[in-house]
Design a protein around this ligand. Structure first.
Ligand SMILES: [Zn+2]
Length: 416
């Protein structure tokens, strides 16, 4: 047992777990997961419960036009911007109990713990619920943290439509959570987000805490390969310009590039359309999407060059035409040094096994980092599984992440 200094606070892990399990009943699925899509009646129920819990903990809840919720526990010094702790309460259609909810409810648990110990902070502490992080009902993801940080306009965010043509703006009004505050007007002194890792690294290394120093750079591509449609019987093999065979070689090249640029590279083709997609027709046209990620933008550029060279070589050798476009480039995010240090110090002082890492996935924190000093904390989830009803993080891991969140927040907010 590591001796914990008196200055450190510990959250009530059982209370946090009970809150997580209570919240998971809203939208609970038969397989033990959660389906709580943005701006549905279930989302309203989750927001009502969260707001009630925050008010019972003495917080005042403010809501902006997109439904971002800020629950404030006042500080001693009203001139300081608040230290915000948060994540999201929406889920994937077959999501789990922890993705998002952990970061919001750990923020609430931090407030409850401060109340229990009667601790006053210099800066206020706020718990934040960002609207539509998952993007599964309304694309793109991280819509409202993006609007908060100025990445999207509020009009753009409000006009995002689901498959039935209903917009995020009208649906937020329908559930009563399009609030009076201007989006982005509410400034934060710092933002900390606790989240499950959604990958296997912490579990494999038996670490309880990931000190997240940033997010990786990403490039998205769209490729169209055009060959010639032909009858699968009368057309000899040496006369074919098969778009799917060429595309398959390009998919192999994408995968090979991912392996060559280790450590750190991820390279994926997750979407492919074959035309005319008929069993006795040599495919004439194929469309596919490429997702490239790397923590270092310079390496990502080398991957870009490799993809363009190899895809062009495959096209030439296969007698097909290739149209390859990079449709999105997101540079890497480097979180704030002081916020990272607050997380690092909290994990060290608590004696928790920790490692520094980069976030492989998108999070609200990636956008909020453009508007306020930000860092993230990861905790392990079983088998690295997330966006899945089987998603699971242990009570011990949730409590450890919450303890780091709480003590990092105290360090940033200043206490008496
Ligand atoms: Zn999430």
């Amino acid at each position: 047992v590591t001796a914990v200094s008196e200055a450190l606070l510990k959250c009530d892990g059982e209370r946090l777990w009970a809150s997580l399990m209570r919240m998971a009943k809203i939208g609970a699925t038969e397989k033990g997961g959660v389906c709580r899509l943005t701006a549905t009646d279930l989302d309203r129920e989750a927001r009502d419960l969260f707001a009630r819990w925050c008010e019972e903990a003495g917080c005042t809840v403010k809501i902006d036009r997109l439904g971002n919720m800020f629950a404030r526990r006042p500080g001693r010094d009203a001139s300081r911007f608040p230290i915000a702790l948060g994540s999201h309460l929406d889920s994937q259609p077959t999501g789990g109990k922890f993705d998002g909810a952990l970061g919001v409810l750990a923020g609430l648990e931090a407030v409850r713990t401060l109340n229990h110990h009667n601790i006053e902070t210099a800066a206020a502490i706020e718990v934040v619920n960002w609207t539509n992080e998952e993007g599964s009902r309304f694309a793109p993801p991280m819509t409202s943290s993006g609007a908060y940080a100025g990445v999207f306009t509020v009009d753009y965010a409000e006009s995002r439509a689901d498959t039935d043509g209903r917009t995020l703006g009208e649906e937020m009004r329908r559930i009563g959570y399009a609030g009076p505050e201007d989006v982005g007007a509410h400034r934060l002194g710092a933002y900390l987000e606790l989240h499950i890792e959604q990958g296997p690294v912490l579990e494999a290394e038996r670490k309880l805490v990931g000190i997240v120093t940033g997010g990786q750079a990403q490039r998205w591509y769209e490729a169209t390969v055009v060959g010639q449609e032909a009858h699968a019987g009368p057309t000899p093999m040496d006369r074919r310009r098969d778009a799917l065979v060429a595309a398959a070689r390009m998919v192999e090249a994408v995968n090979a590039i991912g392996h060559e640029f280790q450590p750190g590279a991820c390279a994926t083709v997750g979407h492919l359309q074959v035309h005319p997609n008929s069993r006795n027709v040599v495919p004439g046209r194929v469309f596919f999407a490429v997702d490239f990620r790397h923590p270092d933008d310079a390496v990502l550029s080398e991957m870009d060059t490799a993809l363009r060279e190899r895809a062009a070589a495959v096209a030439a050798a296969s007698g097909v035409a290739l149209d390859l476009d990079c449709i999105w480039h997101c540079p890497p995010t480097r979180f704030d040094a002081e916020c990272i240090d607050a997380v690092r110090s909290a994990a060290r002082d608590l004696g928790l096994p920790a490692r520094e890492m980069i976030s492989g996935a998108g999070h609200d924190a990636i956008y909020v980092a453009k508007a306020a000093p930000t860092a993230m904390i990861f905790v392990p989830c079983r088998d690295g599984i997330s966006h899945n009803e089987a998603e699971y993080a242990s009570p011990e891991a949730c409590a450890a992440g919450c303890d780091v969140l709480l003590n990092a927040a105290l360090r940033l907010a200043g206490r008496d």
